[in-house]
Design a protein around this ligand. Structure first.
Ligand code: NAD
Length: 539
């Protein structure tokens, strides 16, 4: 049952508790004390020290441990015993500083690569990373306070390390709320009254994996778990120079923050970022796979998230026959939206899933583009209201094929002169809802366009098999065919004196829907509230 002394270098928020980590003073590297609570979070009773103060950054603390409890993504985890931690000192010695310097990471790689995350192959045995903690002395450090569309602020730390640019979320206990209290904009340490003679240091820690219980790959994000100033003795030659008085931190004036906002466009990480970040729900389904491919191939879009209950962990790019996209399929849309910025959610899921997905998207300020059919008119009204509440656009199209939209328009035109009509829609055998959304929308357009009543049918007809005449929308019979071989087809049959008119559209391949989906992704953010029907976007 060892008692091990660490220099505390991370003291960050983790759910309702904390995550603390530090370097062992015995020279054996990093250590992260974890409790037996879920994800090892620490509570007040754990990090209250023998002198009744709370553990702080750069404290030297002696912690009673039970045993190492390495996780594949956190090899430095050690399980603590219930005994109180002892504060050794709050003044670092030369040896402590040497220990910190010996453990600095210089980049450009940070915890295994030069990206903001590492992949987590859940099928892998043993450790997936040599280390989940790193101490860095960043160059060109600044902060970006951004607003999500739901009004929540998000704070990012931007810095250079060995020539690589990093842009990471911060969970430091003091800096995260401090930055969130600022107005939107870009800030430097100078804005917080920190002297240029001070050296900022960051502790970077890997997050918990985003859904880890599955085969394939998930992600652990790199987080700024601590931002602190190097202790006295770090830069002896600089410290020998007399420092100018340090001004009190002053709030950034509104005007100045506003100017900075306009500068956001020239921040290096912003200019290189693709324009529209797209999440695809139902990414492993028949339509979803086409959408993933279309997004990966479209100009000005990036695939930010791929959600499905199938093929979880598989790389979305590889799943659809494209090059690796480094976007694993994950299951939980809601928690993913908290971590990853998304502009548009394209939903091709199932009738009983779509409404919940849309509520989650809208609550997070993400504009939905919906292909899934089966939404009721009450649900559509609710989506409209939620989108308006958030001041964002939402779009639903029962049919994304441009030919199908034209079919509906032509049918509405014909209905002015030929009011007698029936609809036959033909889909693949796995389609769950009947009739199709396109059939219903076509019928509605016909009803609205008619200028004459249809010819009444005899009232004494007999249906030898119930349903033989199809279901009806108003007075329009709608017949649903479900057969292998079809993708999505529809015939609108008009009858008149001595003549018939058939308007038919066939989607022969699911790719037929993609130009409409891509167009909608480009346009949805400019809409106000909910818009239904691709024809409204075809100007
Ligand atoms: P599919 O069954 O092949 O795919 C649906 C996928 O959604 C599945 O992989 C399923 O696992 C996944 N899923 C279910 N619930 C989910 C959830 N909560 N979150 C994430 N993923 C979830 O079906 P499909 O043929 O791709 O069709 C999907 C929908 O699109 C259907 O409603 C269909 O009618 C509709 N559709 C619309 C158009 C159009 O132009 N609007 C065209 C074709 C199909």
């Amino acid at each position: 049952m060892p008692i091990i002394e660490i220099i505390c270098l991370a003291n960050s928020r983790k759910h309702s508790g904390r995550c603390i980590a530090g370097l062992r003073t015995d020279g054996n590297g990093w250590m992260r004390p974890v409790s037996i609570l879920p994800e090892g979070i620490l509570q007040e009773r754990h990090y209250t020290l023998t002198d009744d103060s709370e553990a702080q950054l750069l404290d030297v603390i002696r912690i009673p441990f039970d045993k190492p409890r390495p996780q594949p993504h956190h090899p430095e985890d050690w399980q603590i015993r219930p005994d109180t931690w002892e504060l050794s000192t709050r003044t670092l010695t030369k040896e402590h500083i040497a220990c910190l310097k010996a453990n600095l990471t210089y980049g450009p790689e940070l915890l295994g690569n030069a990206e903001d995350r590492i992949l987590y192959p859940a099928s892998a045995h043993g450790s997936i990373t040599e280390s989940s903690l790193a101490l860095v002395q960043p160059e060109n450090l600044h902060f970006h306070v951004k607003a999500r569309k739901n009004g929540e602020k998000q704070v990012r730390v931007l810095f250079e390390l060995g020539g690589a640019d990093y842009n990471l979320a911060i969970t430091d206990l003091e800096w995260e709320p401090r930055l969130k209290s600022q107005e939107i904009g870009i800030y430097t340490l100078d804005d917080f009254g920190i002297s240029p003679f001070d050296t900022p240091l960051l502790t970077i820690s890997l997050s918990e994996p985003l859904l880890s219980e599955v085969a394939g790959e998930n992600r652990c994000y790199k987080l700024v778990a601590a931002l602190f100033l190097a202790p006295t003795g770090w830069n002896p030659e600089v410290e020998a120079i007399e420092e100018p008085p340090i001004p009190e931190p002053t709030p950034v004036p509104a005007k100045r923050a506003a100017k900075r906002k306009s500068e956001e466009v020239i921040a290096p990480s912003e200019t290189t970022e693709p324009l529209i970040r797209v999440a695809v729900a139902g990414a492993a389904g028949r339509m979803g796979r086409e959408v993933v491919r279309a997004v990966l191939e479209a100009e000005g879009m990036s695939l930010a998230l791929a959600i499905d209950h199938q093929n979880v962990g598989a790389d979305a790019g590889e799943l659809v026959g494209c090059p690796r996209a480094n976007v694993p399929i994950i299951e939980d849309l809601e928690s993913a939206l908290k971590l990853i910025e998304v502009d548009v959610l394209v939903d091709f899921t199932l009738p009983d899933s779509v409404f919940k997905n849309l509520q989650i998207a809208l609550a997070n300020g993400v504009s939905p583009v919906v292909g899934t059919t089966g939404l009721s008119s009450e649900q559509l009204e609710r989506i409209d209201a939620l989108a308006k509440e958030k001041g964002i656009g939402a779009f639903v199209a029962p049919n994304f094929a441009i030919g199908a939209v034209l079919m509906m328009e032509f049918a509405a035109q014909a209905a002015k002169y030929m009011p007698d009509v029936e609809i036959i829609e033909l889909h693949h055998e796995k389609k769950l809802d009947s009739p199709s959304g396109t059939a219903l929308l076509t019928a509605q357009k016909i009803v609205e366009a008619r200028t004459q009543a249809p010819t009444p049918l005899p009232t004494n007809t007999v249906e030898k098999i119930a349903g033989a005449r199809g279901a009806t929308f108003g007075d329009i019979p709608v017949h649903s065919v479900r057969l292998q071989g079809f993708v999505a087809s529809q015939e609108v049959l008009f009858g008149g004196l001595g003549q018939t008119l058939t308007i038919r559209h066939d989607s022969l391949d699911r790719r037929s829907f993609m130009p409409g989906v891509v167009l909608s992704v480009r346009k949805v953010r400019a809409l106000e509230g909910l818009v239904v029907g691709l024809e409204k976007l075809l100007v």
